[in-house]
Structure formats: C-alpha cells, structure tokens
Design a protein around this ligand. Structure first.
Ligand SMILES: [Zn+2]
Length: 318
C-alpha cells in the first residue's frame, strides 16, 4: 500500500508527545511517544520528527505518504490557527510547523487546542460518533471543553471557544481561579475543586479528611464517598450542582444532541453520573431536559485521534 494516504495525530502534553498514525479511514495503524522537549529550537523539533520517523518505520510507511499532521496543544488556538497566547509548555508553533513540513513535505499541518482535539477524537471514533452537535467536557486537574456544531469544533475569535471551565458560576466567591477570575466552574467541578470542597466540608463538620495524594486527588475523595464519608458526598453534590447548572446554560446556547464527559475524573462516573443528570434536569429548560450525558470512550487516546482527524479535515479542504 505504498500510495495510501496517512495522517498523524500528535498530542503535546507537559511530559510526553503522544503520537498516532492513521489511514484515510481513521484506522489507527500505530502509536508512539517521545518525552516533551522544549519545542523552541531545532533540537526540540528533531526529537519530534525522529519520533515520527520511528512511528512510520514501525508501520513500514514513508514520510511522503503523510498528507496531514494535527497537533493538540494546551493553549487556545483561534480559528485562523495563529497562536497568540503563551501555552503552559514551551512551544514555537511556526518553527515546529516548518520543521514538520520539511519532514513530511506532502502534509498539511494544523494546531488545535487539546480539549477541542479530544472532542474531535470522540466525534471521529468515540462516544460522539454519529452525532453532529455535541459538547465535550473534560474533568481533570481543571475543567476544559470542546463545542462541536455540525461536525466542526468552534474555536472562536481568540480561541476561547469551549473554555467552559471559566464560566462564572458564583460571583460571590472570594477564592481565585487559575485564570485569575473568581467563582469559575473549574473551582468546583474539577478534581482540584472536588478536593477543595471536600476539605472545606470536613472543616465545617469538624471531621478528619482521608489521606490525600496532593491537591487534585479526587480519586481518594470518591473512595471515601464509597465508604460513607459524608463530607465526600457534600463535595460530590457540590460538583454535580455546579456542573449540572453549567451544562443547562450551555444547552440554551448550543442545544447539543449529547454531552460527553472525559478526563480522569470521568473514571469515577459510577459515583456521580446519576446525581449530575438529576442536577442538569433540575436546571435545564424543559425541551432540553432529556439531553443525555455520556462518558467518553477513547480515554488518553482522544487527543491523537482528534488531532489526526483535524489534519484529515484540513487536507480535504486544501
Ligand atoms: Zn477561571
């Protein structure tokens, strides 16, 4: 199959660059990963292109066959693809793009925000397959999102489309969000938010919290809830109340066919999904109250699937 068209999805995270090689039908042909270098000079770019060489070699494929490379990166990416904000990682997007284009001369190279890419992954091969409009919510250390309308992700003017973690849900909050604002969804519904709420509930009820491994160890809070810890249930109820209300607001703007929850915290959905659905129903307008809330199916691979899918869409329009 020397002439088949290939697409590569790169998920650029803080510790590793995950790589996926796909054919035109979106079938995963191989996976790889390299530790994330500072992506600001030729040494960093070469670490990535060497990873691509290894990925192609393992599948006995050639760089010339690659028609698209998508990169999921942890910062806002506006619809025009020009990154104006500094990411949480060191990246020189134009430099990296040029190096990738040199390495794979027939490839269209596109950047996409990581949560938006994960949403596109769920659309192409995961829980949202077959839907045209849905909202992806990723719950981890923070809360991110991706809004897909008619099969396309909404990036927006400055790339803030889908940044649902920063919806202001509680204007009287005094604590600050990571972004500098106050009372944002992320402060209550992220893994970090759940832990913060749990500690506050323990203090209010004068009970001893269970041992926690760091400020975003929501897993231990969910475990405590299973064991009947009242403060843990208070934190979970708070998370469900805020998140359900946020989703009800989103329904009035986007009216998605389905909400899809991803991120590490979604692994504990057996403990909170019923409560979240009930909370959503309580706040949603009646025509939207039956919108399903489902769990993402691609896990950590959503980024590579989505990045490759974005590249495939780009190659089709070029
Ligand atoms: Zn915020």
């Amino acid at each position: 199959m020397a002439d088949r068209k290939l697409f590569i999805g790169l998920d650029v995270g803080g510790t590793s660059v995950k790589m996926g090689l796909f054919d035109e039908a979106g079938e995963l042909l191989g996976k790889g990963s390299v530790p994330t270098p500072p992506l600001i000079d030729s040494a960093g770019y070469t670490a990535v292109t060497d990873g691509i060489t290894a990925l192609l070699g393992a599948a006995s494929e050639q760089a010339e066959q690659v028609r698209g490379i998508g990169l999921a990166i942890p910062c806002p990416v506006p619809a025009d693809g020009v990154i104006r904000m500094q990411a949480n990682i060191q990246i020189n997007a134009p430099g990296l793009q040029a190096a990738l284009e040199r390495h794979c001369p027939n490839a269209a190279v596109r950047f996409e925000n990581d949560a938006n890419a994960a949403a596109m992954g769920e659309l192409s091969a995961g829980t949202a397959k077959g839907f045209k409009s849905f909202v992806f919510v990723t719950i981890g250390t923070g809360v991110g999102g991706g809004v897909v309308v008619d099969g396309h992700v909404v990036s927006g003017g400055v790339g803030a489309g889908g940044e649902i973690g920063h919806l202001c849900m509680n204007p009287t909050e005094e604590r600050s969000c990571g972004c500098g604002g106050k009372g944002h969804l992320e402060q209550y519904a992220s893994a970090t938010g759940i832990v913060t709420s749990y500690k506050a509930a323990c203090e209010a009820s004068d009970t001893e919290p269970v041992e926690l491994e760091g400020p975003s160890d929501s897993r231990s809070v969910f475990e405590a809830a299973k064991n009947g810890d009242e403060a843990a249930w208070t934190a979970i109820d708070s998370m469900c109340d805020y998140l359900g209300r946020a989703l009800s607001m989103i329904s009035c703007v986007v009216d998605p066919e389905v909400f899809v929850l991803g991120g590490g915290t979604s692994n504990s959905s057996d403990l909170f999904l019923d409560r979240l659905c009930a909370s959503y129903k309580r706040y949603a307008i009646s025509v939207c109250s039956d919108t399903p809330i489902e769990i993402a199916s691609l896990g950590n691979d959503a980024g590579i699937y989505g990045a490759a899918y974005v590249a495939l869409q780009a190659a089709e329009t070029e």
